[in-house]
Design a protein. Structure first.
Length: 201
């Protein structure tokens, strides 16, 4: 086993000592993924949803982020929490996961500053983007997730910052939902992965 992976697995909540530049094999990443999942819940099982997310995040050679679509309760959010931990502590890429409702609440309490902070994160995961609400901001109707994605588009172009989204709806629905303001930018920023699986609850 690679020494960097050993160091990571020996202290999952601590970052490895230096930034990782090398690429790991699928089998190495799978081992890291499973062990990280088990620290979050001992019953964790690596299934086809986990494999699809791992491959899209680390194996597929793409500069784009990903939109993961699939039915409810198949493990999208949990597996992206695993991705957040690995990305932050093994690869030293600061990654944060948010639900849409969290972003909307942050905006209501802190205003535009929170959107700018999210726009600057090296890696951002937004779960359930299809639940975005239109907020009344002193007479201006706005979708704050759309605003975040527009800001991140500029940083995607300039800095290569990646964004990952999950949705319980189809890719066609998401494209339509965000198409009016994001237009071709959405296709430039993301590729889509349809996750197959049955709800676990």
């Amino acid at each position: 086993m690679n020494q960097l992976i050993k160091n990571y697995l020996n202290g999952l909540e601590r970052s490895v000592e230096k930034k990782v530049e090398r690429r790991f094999s699928f089998d190495e990443l799978k081992e890291v993924w499973i062990e990280t999942g088990k620290t979050k819940t001992p019953e964790y099982e690596f299934d086809n949803v986990a494999e699809a997310i791992l491959r899209a995040c680390y194996i597929v050679p793409s500069k784009k982020g990903v939109v993961f679509s699939g039915v409810m309760e198949i493990g999208k959010t949990f597996n992206l929490d695993i991705f957040e931990t690995i990305n932050t502590h093994l690869f030293h890429i600061r990654t944060e996961c948010y639900e849409v409702a969290e972003i909307e609440l942050r905006y209501k309490s802190r205003g535009a500053n929170c959107l700018e902070e999210l726009a600057e994160l090296p890696c951002l995961v937004i779960n359930d983007v299809d639940t975005q609400k239109q907020l009344n901001d002193f007479g201006t109707i706005r979708g704050v997730v759309t605003d975040v994605l527009l800001l991140r588009y500029r940083n995607f172009q300039k800095k290569g910052l990646k964004t990952y989204l999950t949705t319980n709806m189809s890719m066609e629905y998401v494209n339509k939902e965000f198409g009016d303001r994001l237009e071709s930018r959405f296709k430039e920023m993301f590729f889509g992965v349809q996750l197959k699986g049955k709800g676990k609850r």
